[in-house]
Ligand binder design. Structure first.
Ligand SMILES: [Zn+2]
Length: 403
């Protein structure tokens, strides 16, 4: 079973059974006819597989659905009571732990502040949190999922999580050794992209690029419901593409990266610098008179109050994001761009400039078909996205059965 989780990177969708159970889990309550349409399998194959799963108790009959002319269809849904996953989301300043079932209902959650902690303290806290979540689970736990910032190698090594100082940390091995359960380590923007695609407002888009803009900038690239991962799972590091060769130094060591110009941390840095240089603004008083305490949320509050420095700074961020998105639009010609992460809270201040910059900078043939949307549900959709990926990995029915 261990091989199932790791062999060749991401198996999961290789069997018809896995495909059917994932379709019922994602789209249920769903009719057999719709499962056939969604999966491209023939109706008899779907009937066979769902019949077997009904007998095994992996899925259940939900109710009789509405008829579209013929016989009223039987709707199927996943049986949520057979397994629960442990998910931990290691964010920049907070770590959140969850116990979640295949219907994506959360049974337990907790959070810890990790701001200012050292890398080994964050790891110890993570392991403790997983232990508590495991105790809180009420049915067998087939696997553990952890979401981190920054790139993750296919073998579950966190290459660098700049916010907490992890570098080349073999997190998957550490967790599997301690808990004797398969562990799955995922990048935050990829998890969020999957969640936004299947559980956010997207669903029907053939191609989507999600840009997560918060402390840093990451992206997820989805084509036909599949995340593009690249040769070693590093695709999507859009935050570290160069936007200005003479720009400020980035945390990655390069100069003028999109992240160094348009992330929330870059926004805070630019505002603090302007205040120190004497620019008049509401921001220092909103930060209790201490300019070192300025946060992105304080700048957003100042912008809502009409503060000129906050508005100018957000307009600059919007222009840089627009340039970054124009590059993506020209490169991938996607149907949809979703901007998520905490910057989505101020879409009312940045959307117009950002969209205009994309129109000005990208090819008309690309920008005219690329819809740009904002989504503020990043925490919820990151959890749903990673839980979905993890359940999809575990397509072998035995994983969903009590052991
Ligand atoms: Zn960089």
């Amino acid at each position: 079973m261990q091989e199932l989780m790791t062999a060749g990177g991401r198996p999961g969708y290789s069997t018809n059974e896995g495909t059917v159970i994932n379709a019922v889990r994602r789209y249920g309550p769903v009719s057999r006819a719709d499962v056939a349409k969604l999966t491209g399998l023939t109706p008899p194959t779907v009937t066979n597989i769902t019949g077997k799963f009904l007998d095994m108790g992996l899925i259940s009959k939900y109710r009789i659905g509405e008829s579209s002319g013929g016989r009223r269809p039987l709707l199927l849904k996943i049986n949520s009571g057979l397994s629960q996953l442990i998910i931990v989301n290691v964010r920049s300043e907070k770590m959140m732990g969850y116990v979640i079932d295949p219907g994506l209902c959360v049974h337990y959650e907790e959070s810890e502040n990790i701001k200012g902690l050292k890398e080994d303290e964050v790891l110890a806290l993570l392991l403790d949190m997983i232990g508590r979540c495991r105790q809180a689970a009420t049915v067998p736990v087939p696997a553990i999922g952890v979401v981190v910032r920054g790139p993750v190698r296919p073998e579950g090594i966190v290459v660098f999580a700049l916010n907490i100082g992890w570098k080349n940390l073999p997190l998957k091995c550490i967790i599997e050794e301690k808990f004797q359960l398969p562990a799955f380590i995922e990048n935050d923007a990829k998890a969020l992209s999957n969640g936004e695609y299947y559980y956010g407002s997207v669903k029907d888009a053939g191609s989507m690029i999600l840009l997560k803009v918060s402390h840093g900038i990451g992206a997820g690239i989805m084509f036909n419901g599949r995340l593009y991962r690249g040769i070693n799972n590093s695709a999507g590091e859009v935050g570290h593409t160069t936007i200005d060769i003479g720009g400020p130094v980035c945390r990655c060591g390069n100069y003028g990266c999109l992240e160094a110009l348009a992330s929330e941390d870059a926004l805070v840095e630019a505002v603090v610098k302007a205040v120190k240089e004497g620019q008049v603004s509401l921001i220092p008083s909103l930060a209790g008179g201490d300019v070192e305490q300025v946060t992105a949320d304080i700048i957003y509050a100042a912008a809502d109050a009409g503060d000129a420095l906050a508005l100018q700074s957000l307009s600059r961020v919007a222009r840089y994001l627009g340039i970054g998105i124009a590059n993506l639009v020209n490169t991938f010609n996607p149907e949809l761009i979703v901007i998520s992460g905490s910057i989505a809270k101020v879409s009312h201040h940045i959307a117009d400039t950002l969209k205009q910059t994309v129109r000005d900078r990208a090819f008309e043939s690309c920008s005219s078909v690329a819809e740009i949307r904002f989504s503020t549900a990043s925490t919820a959709n990151t959890l749903k996205g990673v839980a979905d990926m993890l359940f999809a990995e575990i397509t072998e029915p035995v994983w969903l059965s009590p052991r």
